[in-house]
Write a protein that binds this ligand. Structure first.
Ligand SMILES: Cc1cc2nc3c(=O)[nH]c(=O)nc-3n(C[C@H](O)[C@H](O)[C@H](O)COP(=O)(O)OP(=O)(O)OC[C@H]3O[C@@H](n4cnc5c(N)ncnc54)[C@H](O)[C@@H]3O)c2cc1C
Length: 342
């Protein structure tokens, strides 16, 4: 579908509100396309209030197909190319999915629901991840997937934005309506759950996580454990850190329950017993911004564009959504499945 581009001439300025993963990618792609970009964020540069701060950072379009719509895999696949292009240092070591023998039925279901994986036996798992030798008899290897460390990649995206001529202002709370009243400017709203004034149907889906530190385990890629009650993943980070995540609870407080902490840690212990001796560094939770259909949405109007509802796929999808928004601003291109007019 085609609509009149909102910035047909010249070099308009773009104001992006919200420097989470959605806003950072929007700002970067518009800056690279030659727009004058300012990214405004109410939080400090540490971004601890952003959902993005709490994420695992998996770029896993094929694994996510187990529970998500085909659109997520499709957009995610395109986004992987953009991660590779704009941040070539992004690790693409694949994802490993494992299950204990008693959970074989769930493992087979996961295998059926997903594509682009290769089956591994115990030896194949040990070759890929020597630390897991003897722990699992079967695995699925999704070779094309990647992962980023959110707390490192956000500052990196901001650095790339500055290098492309963009400006970032932290500790700057914005009023969308006031900003959008000024002509010759595109306002891109990436406020996540902060955008409920525009999207009352947005909800937060709580994701609890634990970060542990141990030098006894070495992993090169995210490992997902299939489990009927506690499906978890363990993601290696720098400095011997591992993120263990994540719950998915329809609640909007950011407290972590004893039950969730026990389940996350117990499941990690069954991935590798050395996690039993690991040091707990942090326990926390973030709220995933989600629309009722759990799909991302770009809403366009005369002067503003809103990107939201990235749910559990913000890191995976943000580059593809930014590319779409840019195509709309430049050429009036509307992606029928994701974009709508206000
Ligand atoms: C535990 C957990 C694990 C996850 N794991 C993954 C994963 O492995 N892979 C993946 O792809 N996704 C994952 N996600 C999902 C991902 O984190 C979210 O989809 C994504 O962070 C949403 O990004 P966002 O930029 O829309 O929102 P946010 O990151 O919340 O950013 C919005 C920003 O807008 C700012 N803001 C709000 N109002 C204003 C205002 N008025 N003025 C200025 N600034 C404002 C906020 O301070 C905030 O920084 C996970 C989420 C959780 C909680």
């Amino acid at each position: 579908m085609y609509q009149e581009p909102i910035a047909p001439r010249g070099e308009p300025s773009v104001v992006v509100i919200g420097a989470g993963v959605a806003g950072s990618w929007q700002a970067l792609l518009f800056a690279r396309a030659g727009y004058r970009v300012t990214l405004l964020e109410r939080d400090t540069a540490e971004m601890t209030q952003a959902t993005s701060h709490w994420a695992g950072g998996m770029l896993a379009p094929w694994c996510e197909a187990e529970a998500a719509e085909p659109l997520i895999t499709h957009l995610g696949n395109r986004a992987l190319d953009l991660w590779r292009t704009y941040l070539p240092e992004t690790p693409f070591n694949g994802s490993l999915v494992v299950a204990h023998a008693r959970d074989r039925a769930d493992f087979e279901r996961f295998a059926r629901m997903t594509t682009d994986h290769r089956r591994l036996d115990a030896q194949g798992i040990a070759e890929l991840e020597p630390a897991l030798e003897g722990q699992f008899r079967e695995g699925l290897f999704f070779a094309g997937e990647g992962h980023v460390e959110p707390r490192r990649v956000l500052p990196l995206l901001h650095e790339h934005l500055r290098a492309s001529g963009g400006i970032i202002r932290f500790e700057t709370e914005c009023d969308l309506e006031i900003l959008a009243q000024q002509p010759d400017r595109i306002v891109i709203d990436c406020r996540g759950l902060g955008a409920r004034d525009q999207h009352p149907e947005l909800r937060g889906v709580k994701g609890e996580m634990v970060i542990v530190e141990t030098a006894e385990v070495e992993l090169a890629r995210p490992v997902r454990l299939i489990h009927p009650r506690w499906p978890i993943y363990v993601i290696p980070r720098e400095d011997n850190l591992f993120m263990i995540g994540a719950t998915s609870i329809e609640a909007e407080d950011t407290g972590v329950s004893v039950r969730s902490a026990l389940e996350l840690l117990s499941a990690a212990y069954t991935v590798h017993p050395a996690f039993g001796e690991a040091r707990i560094v942090e326990i926390g939770a973030g709220l995933r911004p989600a629309f009722p259909d759990n799909l991302p949405r770009i809403v366009v109007s005369k002067q503003k564009i809103s990107i939201n509802g990235l749910y559990r796929h913000g890191f995976l999808l943000a580059p593809a959504l930014a590319e779409m928004t840019l195509a709309y601003a430049q050429r009036g291109f509307m992606h029928n499945e994701v974009m709508r007019s206000a």
